[in-house]
Ligand binder design. Structure first.
Ligand code: GLU
Length: 281
């Protein structure tokens, strides 16, 4: 078993992240497997090296260990470009010049009904699909109907307690609820979806352990695995840690930062208990 924790260093490690990392670590430990850390730093505008250092330090303090060197997504942009090329060669991509406002307006046009919101925001209304924009200097989207025509509907095995079972997503649902997702942002040359799929395969991840907030993105990942001939891991989406009012913890909830708990004198065992985990294996 190979699991991973894949933080984006755009803020401190908080209790929700710690829960996620500990869950992935414990799962691997129980099977004498390997736990990996991967730094998802493709969003250069939000990344800070000091967050990366703090995250690693907090994880070590929690008792986690992982092999070196740590994979950093910003070092792998040519590899993502290659995967994107492959999809383009299959005729599955198109360039999009819409900004968020264009998309909101097009999706709210009277004939469109209520805009459908998917795992990536408003489902793209297709404005640029046949415009033939230059692939250079644009966002690149997946031609969802062609992709589904090529590889058929997606299916994955979920072992997380909330959604256990085999999930099959019909093509119509992928079209209406996910749509032509962005594979490469204009300023990045890749996207979370493309990078995560390429890296989980490259690192031989057998079990993707992450929060339920990413459950809805999983069909996109499985589709990309099929298109790129990559193995499909098992998925394990865990519950989210909420604050006292029931809201999901966000990066700005600094009161729940592990560094803040440490400063208050809590121990790693206290953190496990706070997150509702059993003592270290
Ligand atoms: N980097 C993502 C995040 O911080 C997690 C990616 C994943 O686990 O698939 O939310």
């Amino acid at each position: 078993m190979i699991t991973r924790f894949a933080p984006s260093p755009t803020g401190p490690l908080h209790l929700g992240h710690a829960f996620s990392a500990l869950t992935a670590f414990d799962m691997a430990a129980q099977e004498s497997g390997t736990f990996l850390l991967r730094i998802e730093d493709i969003d250069r505008s939000r990344f800070r090296p000091e967050w990366e250092a703090q995250i690693a330090e907090d994880l070590r303090w929690l008792g986690l260990q992982w092999p070196q060197p740590v994979v950093r997504q910003s070092d792998r942009l040519p590899i993502y470009a290659e995967a994107l090329n492959r999809l383009t060669e299959l005729g599955l991509t198109y360039a999009c010049v819409c900004n968020r406002r264009d998309i909101r307006q097009a999706a709210s046009a009277p004939q469109e009904g209520t805009p459908q919101v998917g795992p990536d925001g408003i489902v793209y209304p297709g404005t640029c699909k046949h415009a033939g924009h230059d692939l250079e200097d644009s966002a690149i989207r997946l031609h969802m109907n062609r992709a589904l025509d090529l590889v058929g509907p997606v299916e994955f095995n979920e072992t997380g307690p909330e959604r256990t079972g085999i999930h099959r997503i019909p093509a119509e649902m992928m079209m209406s609820e996910v749509g032509d997702v962005v594979l490469a942002r204009r300023d990045m040359g890749t996207s979370y979806h493309l990078s995560v799929v390429v890296d989980d395969a490259a690192q031989g991840i057998t079990h993707v352990v992450r929060g339920l907030d990413l459950f809805e993105a999983t069909p996109i990942h499985v589709l990309l695995q099929k298109l790129l001939d990559l193995p499909r891991p098992v998925y394990h989406h865990h519950r989210l840690i909420r604050d006292a009012t029931g809201k999901r913890l966000a990066k700005r909830d600094d009161a729940r930062a592990i560094a803040a708990y440490r400063a208050e004198g809590l121990s790693p065992a206290d953190i496990r208990e706070l997150a509702g985990l059993t003592p270290a294996p």
